[in-house]
Design a protein around this ligand. Structure first.
Ligand code: NAD
Ligand code: DAU
Length: 334
């Protein structure tokens, strides 16, 4: 796998090692600002090998794929929409070129199956208060540079399949939340700011809708797609859990016993997608997958994890992160 030191990748490592006793993982990750070896603390080193490397480094990537490797899971990506608005270069490099390099390595090593971790954002946005949902038949209409790079990655996967016969499945999940998510994304940013009595910056009118899923449920769906998905198919993954941003933020403040006047409405994100909502019927019926975590339990567990791991948060919130925050929000963190 690639990207196993990030938020979802590290959750996938833990889950697979726990639930699949015969599986060993080679975890290839560049350790960018989002990659963090602390995310892998306590992981069983006998079945998990970490290699630091860039997915775009053709030679190193090829050398990292072990002989007899059954599958490659591609989690590595630049993943934050706001950063892609500021500069798209790294997004195109890692998310598109990197995926092509990895596909070439998979072919060269005769890997049986390629699993591309994509996103619902490739399908663009849905109108407010409609009965529309993203399905596997929805057209790809990405709106942010991040989403465009992930859509392009899907196309290079498709091309490898059609041209070279690579066996590949694509998963498209909605917004994940859970432990170890980098505090640039909505939920961990709001938890970290609330814990530190800092203002909570809400974009626009706060009524954009996201379809939230607990990270372990996403990881189980990826595993099902690997085991039972049909080659050439995409699978949309979601928990039928649409929430307006402002309600998410208020729920976090309430859980932490903090006042709502910490909320600060700020200038909207450019090209801000209004609503994501996934129809997960295909993954439910074809793969027999169902989410196991309710929104209430998942959010409570997530908040508890951040409360109990303030040193993890504090390591990130020093140094480079402070500069990012000031440039992004125009105010300094205390
Ligand atoms: P993340 O930003 O937390 O982690 C990304 C990981 O990729 C990091 O460990 C980083 O070091 C690594 N990486 C980045 N560039 C690399 C490169 N050039 N070479 C090797 N490794 C590199 O991201 P995440 O939220 O865990 O997302 C993982 C994947 O899931 C991404 O592909 C993302 O597009 C997709 N996804 C995320 C969400 C979400 O809500 N976070 C939802 C759907 C899909
Ligand atoms: O839908 C899946 C996608 O979800 C993934 O592919 C991306 O990798 C992941 O970052 C996420 O993208 P979003 O842009 O939806 O997530 P983010 O956490 O950045 O923002 C969620 C919503 O909250 C969005 O409507 C913007 C808003 N927001 C975000 C931040 C960081 C705020 O109002 N204030 C903020 O400070």
């Amino acid at each position: 796998m690639t990207g196993g030191a990030g938020f979802i990748g590290s959750a996938f490592v833990r889950l697979v090692l726990e639930e699949q006793p015969d599986v060993s993982i080679v975890d290839y990750d560049a350790l960018t600002y989002a990659g963090n070896l602390e995310n892998l603390a306590g992981v069983d080193g006998t079945r998990h090998t970490f290699i630091k490397g860039d997915i775009c480094d053709r030679e190193a990537m090829l050398a990292a794929v072990p002989d007899g490797c059954d599958a490659i899971f591609n989690f590595a990506a630049e993943s934050h929409v706001d950063r892609s608005i500021h500069s798209a270069d790294e997004f195109l490099r890692t998310n598109v070129i990197g995926t092509q390099v990895l596909l070439d390595a998979a072919r060269a090593k005769g890997v049986r199956r390629f699993v591309q971790i994509s996103t619902d954002e490739v399908m663009g946005t849905l109108p407010d208060d409609s009965d529309d949902y993203f399905t596997e038949a929805s057209p790809l209409q990405p709106n942010s540079p991040y989403a465009a790079s992930k859509a392009a990655a899907e196309f290079v996967v498709r091309a490898a399949q059609e041209t070279h016969g690579v066996d590949a499945v694509i998963t498209r999940c909605g917004n994940n939340y859970g432990p170890r998510q980098f505090p640039e994304k909505l939920i961990p940013l709001m938890i970290a700011n609330a814990m530190n009595d800092e203002p909570l910056p809400v974009y626009g009118d706060g009524r954009n809708v996201r379809d939230w899923i607990y990270v372990d449920d996403h990881c189980r769906a990826i595993w099902s797609a690997y085991e039972n998905g049909r080659s050439g198919e995409a699978y949309n993954i979601g928990s039928r859990n649409e929430q307006e941003n402002i309600n998410v933020v208020k729920a976090i403040l309430d859980a932490l016993g903090k006042p709502h006047d910490l909320i600060k409405y700020v200038t909207d994100r450019l090209g801000h997608d209004r609503r994501y909502a996934i129809d997960p019927a295909k993954v439910e019926t074809e793969l027999g997958w169902k989410p196991q975590t309710t929104w209430e339990n998942g959010l409570a567990a997530t908040i508890k994890w951040y409360q109990e791991n303030q040193s993890w948060v504090n390591h990130i919130r020093s140094g480079e992160y402070k500069e990012y925050y000031k440039a992004m929000y125009g105010t300094a963190l205390g």
